[in-house]
Design a protein around this ligand. Structure first.
Ligand SMILES: O=C(O)C(=O)C[C@H](O)[C@H](O)COP(=O)(O)O
Length: 209
């Protein structure tokens, strides 16, 4: 059964934004997150190991892989072939809209203003990433957008923590939040997978409303 992007977002509460510096970290990291109840994993293309990590992590039972930092059209098909079932970009351009359609990879595009929300909606996107969420105005911005533009659902990302996530998740137009706080580099480099599982447990205990 294929999950829609909205189903994936609703199943998540928190989507960890992951950057893999060492390919050997990919599988133990995915296992640690899934063990803590965090199953939707966004692996960014910020490092050269992104695609390889998606391929490896997609084999971990229970993990649902997304690709992050999509900025080039040719990355869509490559990420899909590696096992990503959705993609996330920091913004939206005509070339990315076309690449999403051609590849069939569901896209969660980044927006940060009402005009960008309206342009994304015109292009057919109803699930959006508010990025960067805190500099863009955070909860106040989400509530303000929800008035005139109530038919879009957000995954705010950028500047959110375990302490501030609940107030984002309480917004009517938020299905989940994204963040890098679940995957601190010092814990990953130390192989402290138990700590990552603890962070994941705390995050997966947060529920929308
Ligand atoms: O890499 C991307 O594609 C991005 O869009 C940026 C990430 O979503 C944020 O960097 C996560 O934000 P923090 O939780 O504040 O670290």
């Amino acid at each position: 059964m294929t999950m829609s992007l909205l189903d994936i977002m609703r199943s998540a509460s928190v989507i960890p934004v992951i950057a893999i510096d060492d390919p050997a970290h990919a599988v133990p990291l995915a296992r640690a997150l899934v063990a803590g109840g965090i199953c939707v994993l966004e692996v960014t293309l910020r490092t050269p190991h992104g695609l390889g990590a998606i391929r490896a992590m997609a084999e971990v039972p229970g993990a649902i892989l997304g690709v992050g930092t999509l900025t080039q059209p040719d990355e869509f098909a490559a990420a899909r072939d590696a096992g990503a079932v959705f993609g996330v970009s920091p913004g939206l351009t005509p070339a990315l809209i076309e690449a999403s359609r051609k590849s069939g990879l569901a896209l969660l595009p980044g927006v940060m203003t009402p005009s960008e929300v309206m342009a994304a909606r015109e292009a057919g996107f109803r699930q959006l990433k508010l990025f960067p969420a805190v500099p863009a105005g955070g909860v106040g911005m989400l509530n303000a957008i929800g008035g005139p533009l109530p038919d879009v659902t957000f995954c705010p990302t950028g500047g959110i923590s375990i302490d501030t996530a609940p107030k984002f998740l309480a917004c009517k137009n938020v299905a989940c939040v994204g963040g890098s706080w679940l995957t601190p580099k010092d814990a990953i480099n130390a192989g402290d997978w138990a700590h990552i599982t603890e962070l994941a447990k705390a995050a997966s205990a947060l529920r929308v409303r």
